[in-house]
Structures are given as structure tokens and as C-alpha cells.
Write a protein that binds this ligand. Structure first.
Ligand SMILES: NC(=O)c1ccc[n+]([C@@H]2O[C@H](COP(=O)([O-])OP(=O)(O)OC[C@H]3O[C@@H](n4cnc5c(N)ncnc54)[C@H](OP(=O)(O)O)[C@@H]3O)[C@@H](O)[C@H]2O)c1
Length: 252
């Protein structure tokens, strides 16, 4: 196992050599691609998700050292997972939990609480259970949402939700230093989640983005994975939320 706190100038070779990365939501989309990228940079990965078949497939595709199938919002199951995880870990990324769209007046109280507090609650529970096992210099990474930041018809509660994560991450970074805390805020990313949300509007949205985004193409899970691995490797980064949207906020 390597030490964890190197300055950027001191690093050579694979950026995460010998480090252990836990992906809560590692069987699909951004989490899965981050697992693949972390492996390519020399890390060992532990993948979790609810669907055991999808998890097994993902684990064999990336050569994961361990998997665990459970619902991350189940507090007892989450606690058990971290308790049973052998040894120390370096980084934990949480991609479980989806967005909440739709007209505000159609959101009932339980959904409102889940939408506003769910990501933070999951983030806090993960942190509570993981932090004692994390090596100094490692990072927690949570997901924000740059795509919903601007208020627009149909976005509903999602804009308010997207405002919470940057301050949560900043406060947590102070509280649990020297473990680092960061968030990634994507716009549209071409993942199974986006396909499920957009359904038959997916192709149209892809085409629209490819035409209008300054980068001239849609953002892929591999793009986000590259940012996630950079946040893990660069020990100068903490308390911040990093947008990755191909310029979406500038043109939509
Ligand atoms: N895709 C985008 O355009 C976009 C934009 C902004 C923000 N985000 C955020 O980025 C995160 C990842 O998105 P994605 O597009 O990569 O989604 P995805 O392809 O659906 O992947 C989500 C992963 O999390 C797991 N998961 C979901 N809920 C879980 C739960 N309660 N417990 C345990 N595992 C769970 C899924 O596996 P199982 O279903 O088997 O559990 C899967 O492995 C989400 O929080 C999303 O809101 C995405």
C-alpha cells in the first residue's frame, strides 16, 4: 500500500497505485466508469449497488476486488458494509441516488424531504461510517447537479436541491480534514440514468446538446470519471464543487 499524501509534482506513474476506491453506486454510469478509470490508474476498487446481477457484471468488467449488493439508503446495511470492509481505504465516491424533477405543487411532503435532504443524508451516513477507515489525503466525492442550477420550467425542486451540495461539501471538508471532501456537478451525462429519465426524448436531447454545446459533443461518463480520478489524486483539492457540463450552463 502506498502513502497517500503526495504533492502533484512528486507523483510518477499511475496516479492511484495501490490505493483503494469504494464506489457506492459503482455498477452503472458515472460510478462504473470511475471504477474503470481508477483501475487503469492502479487502484483496487470495491463496487456497491442494489441489483446483484448488474453488480457482478460490472465487477468482472473492471476486475473489482469486492462487491456488496445493498440499498445505500438503508442505514443499517450501509453501516454493516463499512464495518465489514477489511483494512483502510483511500477514496469513497457516492453516485447512488437520483434527481427529482417535476412541478413543485405535485411534490408531497415525504418526497420533498427526500429530494431536499436525501443526498445530504446519504452523504452524511457514508461519511460517518467511512471516515475512520480513510487514510489522510483521501477524498469523499459526492454528486451535485449543474444542469438543474438554473431555474427553468419542469426543473421544480431540482434547482433548490442543487444549491445544497456545495455548502454541505465545504462544511464537511472543514470538519473531517485531513480527509478531503469534494463534489462533482455535471450537466447532462450520457448514462443509463439519463436514458431512463428522458426515454424517447433521449436522441433529440443528445442531438441538441451536440449541436449547441461549446465542446460540440455530449459529456460522457468517461469525462466525469477522469475528473473524479483527478480529485482523488490531487491532494490540494478539498471543500469544492467542480462543474463538468461541456459549457451547458452558458448556452441553455
Ligand atoms: N447522468 C446525468 O446526466 C447526471 C447529471 C447530474 C447529476 N447526476 C447524478 O450523478 C449520479 C450518478 O448518475 P448516473 O447517471 O451515473 O446514474 P446510473 O447510471 O443510474 O448509476 C447509478 C448507480 O448507483 C446505483 N444506485 C442507485 N441508487 C442506489 C441505492 N439507493 N443504493 C445503492 N446503489 C444505488 C445504481 O445501481 P442499482 O440501480 O443496481 O442500485 C448504479 O450503479 C446520480 O446521483 C445522479 O443524480 C447525473
Amino acid at each position: 500500500m502506498t502513502g497517500t499524501t503526495h504533492s502533484a509534482s512528486a507523483r510518477h506513474g499511475p496516479e492511484l497505485l495501490g490505493q483503494i476506491v469504494v464506489l457506492i453506486g459503482g455498477s452503472s454510469g458515472i460510478g462504473f466508469e470511475t471504477a474503470r478509470r481508477a483501475r487503469a490508474e492502479g487502484a483496487e476498487v470495491v463496487l456497491t449497488g442494489r441489483n446483484p446481477d448488474r453488480l457482478t457484471q460490472a465487477a468482472s468488467a473492471v476486475g473489482a476486488r469486492q462487491t456488496a449488493a445493498f440499498d445505500a439508503t438503508d442505514v443499517a446495511a450501509l453501516k454493516r458494509f463499512f464495518q465489514e470492509l477489511p483494512g483502510s481505504i483511500d477514496h469513497v465516491m457516492v453516485t447512488a441516488g437520483g434527481p427529482h424533477y417535476g412541478p413543485l405543487l405535485e411534490v408531497d411532503s415525504p418526497h420533498l424531504r427526500d429530494a431536499l435532504g436525501g443526498h445530504v443524508e446519504l452523504g452524511l451516513e457514508v461519511t460517518r461510517n467511512a471516515v475512520g477507515k480513510m487514510r489522510p489525503g483521501g477524498t469523499l466525492i459526492f454528486m451535485g447537479d449543474a444542469g438543474s442550477r438554473r431555474v427553468a420550467p419542469g426543473i421544480g425542486i431540482a434547482s433548490a436541491v442543487s444549491a445544497v451540495m456545495p455548502l454541505f461539501v465545504a462544511a464537511l471538508a472543514l470538519e473531517i480534514a485531513p480527509v478531503r471532501v469534494n463534489a462533482i456537478a455535471p450537466g447532462f451525462v450520457d448514462t443509463p440514468l439519463s436514458a431512463a429519465v428522458l426515454e424517447d426524448r433521449l436522441e433529440g436531447r443528445r442531438a441538441e446538446l451536440a449541436e449547441r454545446l461549446p465542446i460540440g459533443r455530449v459529456v460522457t461518463p468517461a469525462d466525469v470519471a477522469a475528473l473524479a480520478v483527478h480529485l482523488m489524486a490531487n491532494t490540494a483539492l478539498t471543500g469544492a464543487t467542480y462543474d463538468i457540463d461541456g459549457g451547458q450552463q452558458l448556452v441553455f
